[in-house]
Design a protein around this ligand. Structure first.
Ligand SMILES: N[C@@H](CCC(=O)N[C@@H](CS)C(=O)NCC(=O)O)C(=O)O
Length: 209
């Protein structure tokens, strides 16, 4: 049994969707963000950074970092064909997207939403302004590549990178504008949302996606 820790609207969504899609047994624990449950025991004993997603594997090992978890589970369950195998021609593009999404885009969303966590200056606004500019650049790059080679990030091949992109695409200051400007990104997100495993868990996520 996998044990997943998350809070509503946070990065465990993609991990839960993948566990669901792979048919792996899991228990979902939604922490109370406002009550600060993620910053104290017992959760902090699992992840001293107090962040989600945090996944306890069936053997008790604790994994953090959304991209690492998604890469691990997708490779572990290779028969589901949600990740190109290491020697397959699409593997470099898959790794490129996963790394860009986690290091640049997810991170820019965090800086946009929580600029105060990234500066000691009294006014954190310049941090979110830069982050918002970077989000625009990255989503436009993704839109352009989808327009040229879509409908998925790997062309005709659906992968875990699409699920990850769908989750993060909603973490922008104005999601309606993001999708209005970027029809190929919107189509990708609609396609992910329509997958039965994703559709099954959406009601638990309170309109966040
Ligand atoms: N690099 C980490 C970032 C995780 C992260 O920052 N998660 C946010 C929610 S989306 C969180 O736990 N924030 C609470 C905090 O940092 O105090 C990952 O990809 O898993």
């Amino acid at each position: 049994m996998y044990i997943l820790y998350n809070f509503p609207g946070a990065g465990g969504f993609a991990v839960q969707a993948l566990l669901e899609e792979l048919g792996l047994p899991y228990e979902l624990n939604h922490l109370d963000y406002d009550a600060g449950e993620h910053k104290r025991a017992p959760f902090i004993d699992l992840n001293p950074l107090g962040q989600v997603p945090t996944l306890v594997l069936p053997d008790g090992e604790v994994m953090t970092e959304s991209a690492a978890i998604l890469l691990y589970l997708s490779d572990l369950e290779g028969d589901a064909k949600l990740a190109p195998a290491p020697a397959e021609p699409l593997r470099p593009a898959y790794l490129r997207w996963m790394m860009m999404l986690t290091t640049s885009v997810y991170n820019a969303s965090l800086r946009s939403y929580h600029p105060e966590d990234f500066t000691s200056a009294e006014d954190p606004k310049p941090i979110s302004e830069v982050a918002d500019r970077q989000l625009e650049e990255h989503w436009q790059l993704i839109e352009d590549e989808l327009a040229a080679r879509g409908p998925w990030l790997l062309g005709d091949t659906y992968s875990t990178a699409d699920l990850y992109a769908m989750m993060i695409a909603h973490w922008v200051p104005d999601r309606t504008a993001n999708f209005a400007k970027r029809p190929n990104l919107k189509a990708l997100c609609d396609g992910v949302r329509a997958r039965p495993a994703v559709a099954r868990i959406l009601p638990q996520h309170d309109g966040h996606w």
